[in-house]
Design a protein around this ligand. Structure first.
Ligand SMILES: [Zn+2]
Length: 220
């Protein structure tokens, strides 16, 4: 199952959840939940080496490399701005940080190898350090996930049902911080959508690993 499919499924489920959840169906709420869903729908495939790589076209490789370059350079620029101008803390800064981290991770999703894993972990370390600095435990949790995931074997621990409540806990922390109801549930549902979607592939998913290595499959 490729990244685009997971992203689409996650974003659609997230968007529908947002639509049901938004008091007056506000577009920004729907888009926000679609974003949460898309990210949660992709997160499980941060484990490497990704099977997605096989089908990479030249265009998508260029696209992903640009995402990494743009994401990492904006991270450096934003970090430098924050460091040198302590009084300069506009509201959009956090959103810009989040956007650059998502761009970097999206770009790294399809590459493979030691340096890819090291870069993903580096992004995780940045998240965890920032979370520690702010006392945001959910962000430390997300950072830990991003640090560890790339080093796990593909369709291993990140594709088990044990991770779903942990991912939900991260989402719930964000929910409490932003005061937006439903992020916890939405992130669990969309993370789960990834595992279920992978179960429709011939390889199946070891949903209960490490208790059993049985591969669970679904058929249409
Ligand atoms: Zn997967």
């Amino acid at each position: 199952m490729n990244g685009k499919t997971h992203l689409t499924i996650g974003a659609v489920i997230g968007g529908i959840y947002g639509l049901v959840h938004a008091p007056a169906g506000e577009l920004d709420t729907i888009l926000f939940f679609a974003g949460i869903g898309g990210f949660s729908g992709l997160a499980a495939d941060l484990d490497g080496p990704s099977v997605l790589t096989r089908k990479l076209t030249k265009v998508s490789r260029i696209l992903h490399t640009s995402l990494i370059v743009v994401g990492l350079s904006s991270l450096l620029l934003l970090g430098w701005l924050t460091y040198t101008q302590a009084s300069f803390r506009p509201d959009w800064l956090l959103a810009a940080f989040a956007a650059s981290i998502v761009a970097t991770l999206l770009g790294l999703l399809v590459s493979r190898g030691f340096w890819r894993n090291a870069l993903v972990s580096l992004v995780g370390i940045m998240l965890a350090v920032y979370g520690f600095d702010q006392g945001w435990y959910w962000l430390i949790g997300l950072g830990a996930f991003v640090i560890i995931a790339p080093w796990l074997s593909h369709r291993g621990l990140t594709h088990t049902i044990w991770i779903v409540p942990i991912w939900g806990w991260i989402g719930f922390g964000l929910e409490q911080q932003l005061g937006i109801d439903g992020i916890g549930i939405a992130s669990m549902l969309t993370y789960l959508s990834h595992i279920v979607a992978d179960m429709f592939t011939p390889a199946g998913v070891k949903v209960l690993y490490p208790i059993t290595k049985k591969k669970f499959k679904l058929k249409l």
